[in-house]
Design a protein around this ligand. Structure first.
Ligand SMILES: [Zn+2]
Length: 110
């Protein structure tokens, strides 16, 4: 999703078939994301805007099919994130915390 990556702090995301629908934790079904940024942010987006989540998921699935990181897919994902942030960056959760954490934006590399 355009964030720095290292194995430390990474986590598995069920990309093709979600875990709630019986998706397996396999190479073919998943993507490895940084937990504190991309993974948490992606599921925040899923909670608040399923259309944007589905657009980002489709772009990540495209990358998985290609088996490489395509800069055009990353630009598309960034556009989705910026669109989400336009509507949600000034809103807070029911617990009073920002929906879009500042480091979701500042740690993004693209
Ligand atoms: Zn996930």
């Amino acid at each position: 999703m355009g964030y720095d990556f290292s194995l430390k702090g990474s986590s598995y995301h069920h990309l093709i078939v979600p875990r709630r629908f019986g998706g397996l934790t396999t190479y073919e079904n998943g993507a490895v994301l940084m937990q504190s940024t991309a993974h948490n942010y992606l599921h925040t987006i899923e909670k608040y805007d399923l259309d944007i989540f589905n657009c980002i998921t489709k772009a990540m699935q495209n990358q998985k099919e290609k088996e490489y990181i395509d800069i055009e897919d990353l630009k598309y994902i960034k556009a989705c994130l910026v669109y989400f942030e336009r509507y949600y960056s000034h809103l807070k959760t029911s617990k009073g915390k920002p929906i879009v954490k500042e480091y979701y934006i500042t740690r993004r590399k693209i």
